[in-house]
Design a protein around this ligand. Structure first.
Ligand SMILES: *[C@@H]1O[C@H](CO)[C@@H](O)[C@H](O)[C@H]1NC(C)=O
Ligand SMILES: *[C@@H]1O[C@H](CO)[C@@H](O)[C@H](O)[C@H]1NC(C)=O
Ligand SMILES: *[C@@H]1O[C@H](CO)[C@@H](O)[C@H](O)[C@H]1NC(C)=O
Length: 328
């Protein structure tokens, strides 16, 4: 029962800005390009492109203790380089991995990576392409965004799950007075409507995907796919596209969310949750933690053997298999 512990990012993570205000001052700063069927006349312009050999330039390596109590030491960029836990391959794919070579003594943490964008965002259209993701017993990978003073500025979890899970969960965490009221407009299953979170109760409002291909082994077997999320004045919507179903407008660099159909997760901006007040100044984050509040607490219940703390000691339980490297 091995855990697979490398994240492979393929094409870029891109952040795009939408411009609903025709002729506004802001428009002057952008090379505008009209999109044929844009949502409410919005045009999307590329603002940031995290990809290829310069991928890590836009990110900070966080070395603070995992706030979710994972049994990891998040390492610096120097350690990450020396121990080959974060690097860009010659085909421009980006690898972010957990240490899979060190046997630990009882009570020790395993080295891993948590990277955060230097830039912060107050909205936009974000498109992230993953070829492969970590999964398996003890493993808790996530692609998410978060603002200062948690949960005051909120948290948006786009890709997240633990252990042997096969379906992704999309979750928001917020300060008080944010709940989800229109789950029917999303294809995902609402598992909890209350976004309001605190240190004592941080379940958050969450949608579970289904189909067995949005997380873990099933995701990797089809060479992953694209998670796209739109965060604007209408709220926060998330779409997932398996590798073979990535829309042409994404592949061609002219993303058009109005053509993508219902999102898997929808968090509308209205009286039940003022998303513009609850979510601001977010950095994007990619990390893999081990055990901790979620993967550790559900370890046995998820069918994993023994204790999570023991499981992570043995390097043999981890393996890095970049199976899905594809030239781009
Ligand atoms: C780690 O421990 C396992 C089990 O004792 C052993 O088979 C393996 O060779 C060890 N690996 C390293 C890198 O020392
Ligand atoms: C939440 O809503 C209640 C009732 O409208 C209000 O009294 C309270 O101040 C709000 N709390 C926050 C943190 O906005
Ligand atoms: C929020 O918006 C959705 C439609 O997107 C609607 O179904 C729901 O009733 C609204 N809730 C409130 C409290 O306005």
């Amino acid at each position: 029962m091995h855990a697979l512990t490398a994240i492979l990012l393929a094409l870029p993570i891109t952040a795009l800005a939408g411009n609903p205000h025709e002729g506004s001052q802001r428009r002057k700063h952008w090379e505008t390009r009209n999109v044929a069927h844009a949502r409410r006349g919005v045009t999307y312009q590329l603002e940031d492109d995290y990809s290829g050999q310069n991928f890590f330039d836009g990110w900070t390596f966080d070395t603070e203790a995992d706030p979710t109590h994972g049994l990891v030491d998040f390492v610096s960029d120097t350690v990450a380089q020396v121990s080959q836990l974060a690097y860009v391959q010659s085909d421009n794919t980006v690898v972010v991995a957990v240490d899979d070579t060190t046997n630990l003594t009882a009570g020790a943490n395993r080295n891993s990576i948590r990277i955060t964008t230097k830039k912060t965002y107050n909205g936009g259209l974000f498109v992230a392409d993953f070829f492969a993701m970590p999964h398996g017993c003890g493993v808790w990978p996530a692609y998410w965004s978060v603002g200062p003073n948690w949960p005051e500025a909120g948290e948006i979890d786009i890709l997240e799950g633990v252990n042997l899970q096969t379906d992704n969960q999309i979750t928001l965490h917020s300060s008080p007075n944010c709940t989800i009221t229109n789950a029917d407009a999303a294809t995902g299953h609402l598992v909890n409507p209350t976004c309001t979170s605190s240190n004592g109760n941080n379940a958050g409002c969450a949608y579970a995907q289904s189909g067995g291909n949005s997380f873990g082994h099933g995701f990797n077997m089809m060479a992953g796919g694209v998670f796209a999320h739109l965060w604007d004045q209408t709220g926060i919507s998330v779409w997932f596209f398996p590798r073979t179903e990535i829309p042409q407008d994404i592949s061609s660099g002219n993303p058009d969310p109005s053509s993508w159909g219902a999102p898997v997760a929808l968090f509308p901006n209205n009286d039940s949750c003022d998303t513009s007040a609850h979510f601001h100044d977010h950095s994007l984050v990619i990390d893999t933690t081990l055990c901790g509040d979620w993967a550790g607490n559900s370890f046995g219940g998820d069918g994993c053997p023994g204790t999570c703390a023991d499981f992570i000691l043995n390097a043999n339980n981890f393996q890095r298999k970049p199976l899905f490297i594809i030239s781009i």
